[in-house]
Design a protein around this ligand. Structure first.
Ligand SMILES: [Fe+2]
Length: 327
């Protein structure tokens, strides 16, 4: 990781940046000024008390900052998976908070019953998106071999359900997007859209690739695992930070940031839609969760034939075993 320490976060805006950081709490800790203490964004937003002092005063609506080099507040969404209710809840919360730009880290479709509707919202609202593995599998650019049975079954259904407009939109998605020359958006790993980045070792492997291919990038936002995680890389040292509600990025370090998944259908611990907000001026990352109508999503998905039955799942497993034995 040599040389990174010489290029401070903030770059040309360093003086403004230093002033702004006075008195900040260390990375991974709650901002005492925000002080809501509540577990879900919706309530905090409703009271207007979330992250006091970090408001978007003076900022216009989404899309008003067209200058790609301007410091910006980004709403970060990932792994929507055709979950219209979760996407709507997340967008309502983000709209209430106010951001300059929305970025989707891929997997707009697959798993739930409203893939076309989710594509239409992403397209209609001009949400930047990169291609996720489900987006690529659903249009036949990738196969099912690395999918779990549940996902493969739902993706077969998704392939049949996708409109030609949705296919065309998904086919045009890029593998990555770069913002302000310093922030990168990808879906899985840098060289493998289906890689799960869950460990410090995997983050380190990706940091090496990132520095080779995108030497100016200081934070890489990724999805795919559906788990909020922040890895901090300095020289050869990587540590995972607590997935706090607010974290502050520090100069001289490289970050891999996963803000979780909009779709919570496959989560066991909760059924809340997750998203992030990244302020590239204050260098803060907020992790949020909002409730949505999970029962109705599940009901629609069962009715639409997106949920695998027990017998079919056994057949899928058997087929997988036979195919691995024949290799
Ligand atoms: Fe994915």
């Amino acid at each position: 990781m040599s040389g990174r320490g010489a290029a401070p976060f903030g770059g040309a805006h360093d003086s403004e940046y230093r002033g702004d950081r006075a008195g900040r709490p260390p990375v991974g800790e709650w901002n005492a000024a925000a002080g809501t203490g509540g577990p879900e964004l919706g309530h905090n937003l409703a009271r207007g008390t979330f992250l006091a002092g970090a408001g978007t005063g003076g900022r216009g609506p989404l899309g008003s900052h067209e200058d790609a080099w301007a410091m910006t507040v980004y709403g970060i969404l990932s792994d929507i998976h055709g979950n219209l209710e979760a996407l709507s809840a997340v967008l309502a919360a983000i709209d209430e908070r106010g951001v300059d730009r929305l970025v989707c880290l891929g997997d707009i479709v697959g798993y739930n019953a409203n893939s076309n509707e989710c594509v239409e919202i992403v397209r209609g609202r001009g949400i930047d998106s990169v291609a996720g593995n489900h987006d690529l599998i659903s249009i036949g650019r990738l196969g099912f071999d690395r999918c779990a049975n549940k996902a493969a079954f739902a993706l077969r259904r998704t392939r049949k359900a996708l409109s030609s407009e949705s296919r065309a939109f998904l086919a045009a998605l890029e593998p990555h997007r770069l913002y302000e020359g310093r922030w990168l958006a990808i879906h899985g790993g840098l060289d493998d859209v289906q890689q799960y980045v869950r460990t410090t070792r995997q983050a380190q492997e990706n940091a090496v690739i990132l520095q080779r291919r995108f030497p100016t990038v200081e934070a890489c936002f990724y999805g795919h695992t559906h788990e909020p995680r922040i890895f901090e890389v300095r020289e050869d040292e990587v540590r995972e930070l607590p997935a706090a509600k607010v974290s502050w990025l520090q100069s001289g370090k490289l970050y891999f940031i996963n803000s979780g998944s909009v779709d919570a259908s496959r989560k066991r611990e909760h059924k809340l839609a997750e998203f992030g907000v990244f302020d590239s001026n204050k260098l803060s990352v907020e992790l949020h969760r909002v409730p949505y109508d999970h029962e109705s999503v599940e009901e629609k998905s069962i009715r639409g034939g997106y949920r695998i039955g027990r017998v079919t799942e056994l057949l899928y497993s058997l087929r997988r075993k036979i195919s691995s034995m024949s290799k």
